[in-house]
Design a protein around this ligand. Structure first.
Ligand code: PLP
Length: 391
């Protein structure tokens, strides 16, 4: 039998997709399932963005674009970066990518190999670890602790750096915890990184606009002293509800941008042209739909935490960013994955067990706020009934 090389035994999954598949299967069988497992906004892409893609197709934009993306799309990314971070970047530093994940792959592939250590947040987005293992590097988890608001601790992160460390992956606001790392901690981290010039940084800022309670996202782009070893991952998926369009962007140092452009030429040629026109409309057009979505996520994260904190054995800190809550369920007597499974099969509530986000995720589940207030209320009521009755 033909088998893939061992690197493919070391490639993981994103369990949110498996949960979504099972939830859909159960719904198709007629079960009433409420999905709080989902990692995509429950909003439609705003109309003016859809129209821009349709117009691009009608105008005949059916062909390849440059591998790094249309200049107009990269320029739009520069305008957006200036408005959100105050930092001026060149379109030459920008790659338009088919989503956020390909930037992860490109950065980890480019810097990871046997003998290299890569630091990544745990609990964190599961693809980081999966890709690190796939390329044969050693995954070194950086603990995201509940008592620290699930934020990066500069001192703990710096203490994990060794001469073998090649890449440090940061993510704030964070999936799955909603943690936002404060500027003071990022200041300290960047100051400490001066002593480790061999370490590159991949900053996943895909949830940059999703902060609440006056909290502000701190972009790593604001630190010129690390710009020559910084990769910033961002994209359209979350902010403009465009997960299925496969549109991301990343900002690269001069020493790496040529390699990622070549990777694009080899793997996908370019992102489809109409999506790139839609991406410009998203950045330059009205932002009222984004504001509305953020208002809904803000309201729901407070609703979710208030309701979760009323359940037996559950405690949940209020997430400061993204659109997830990460309640601590260790006092329920359940392990996280069996609880998530039983809630889906028996109570019709889909959510994701914390261990799907790393070893430090045991004792937690991820609850997504990407569902209506009414469904959130109903789902958490079902969770309460389940926890009361099924000890
Ligand atoms: N980074 C983080 C932290 C995410 O949570 C996600 C998606 O859930 C991504 C990147 C990937 O985004 P995309 O769907 O654009 O590949």
């Amino acid at each position: 039998m033909i088998k893939p090389i061992a690197a493919f035994d070391r490639i993981g999954e994103e369990n949110a997709f498996a949960v979504l598949a099972r939830a859909t299967e159960l719904s198709d069988q007629g079960r009433d399932i409420i999905n709080l497992g989902i990692g995509q906004p429950d909003f439609k892409t705003p109309d003016h963005i859809v129209e821009a893609a349709i117009k691009a197709l009608r105008d005949g934009h059916h062909g390849y674009t440059p591998a790094n993306g249309l200049l107009a799309t990269r320029e739009a990314v520069c305008r957006r970066t200036l408005s959100t971070t105050g930092v001026e970047i060149s379109p030459d530093d920008v790659m338009i990518m088919p989503g956020g994940k390909p930037t992860m792959y490109a950065a980890i592939r480019m810097l990871g190999e046997a003998g290299a250590d890569i630091l990544y947040p745990d609990p964190g987005f599961p693809i980081y670890r999966s890709m690190i293992e796939h390329v044969g590097a050693r995954p070194v988890p950086v603990p995201m602790r509940e008592e620290n608001g699930f934020a990066f601790s500069a001192s703990e992160t710096l203490s994990l750096i060794t001469p073998e460390t090649r890449l440090l992956i940061l993510n704030s606001p964070a999936n799955p915890t909603g943690g936002v790392t404060p500027k003071s901690e990022i200041d300290a981290l960047v100051a400490g990184l001066a002593a480790h010039p061999h370490v590159a940084i991949l900053s996943d800022e895909i949830y940059d606009v999703m902060t609440y309670d006056g909290e502000r996202h701190t972009s790593l782009l604001g630190y010129p002293e690390i710009r020559d070893r910084l990769i910033v991952l961002n994209g359209w998926s979350k902010t403009w509800a465009m997960t299925g369009w496969r549109m991301g962007w990343s900002i690269w140092p001069e020493s790496l941008i040529g390699s990622v452009r070549k990777l694009a030429v080899n793997c996908w040629s370019c992102v489809n042209a109409p999506s790139q026109f839609a991406g410009i409309a998203a950045i330059d057009g009205p932002q009222d739909a984004v504001d509305k979505m953020l208002e809904a996520f803000d309201r729901r994260r407070r609703l979710v935490t208030e309701l979760l904190n009323g359940l037996p054995g559950v405690s949940c800190i209020v997430p400061k960013g993204a659109f997830y809550a990460f309640p601590n369920i260790s006092a329920t007597g359940w392990k996280a994955k069996p609880l998530a499974r039983a809630l889906l099969e028996e109570a019709g509530v889909a959510l994701i067990g914390g261990p799907d986000f790393g070893v430090l995720g045991e004792g937690y589940v991820r609850v997504s706020c990407a569902n209506s207030d009414e469904n959130i209320e109903k789902a958490i009521e079902r969770m309460g009934d389940f926890l009361e009755n099924r000890k």
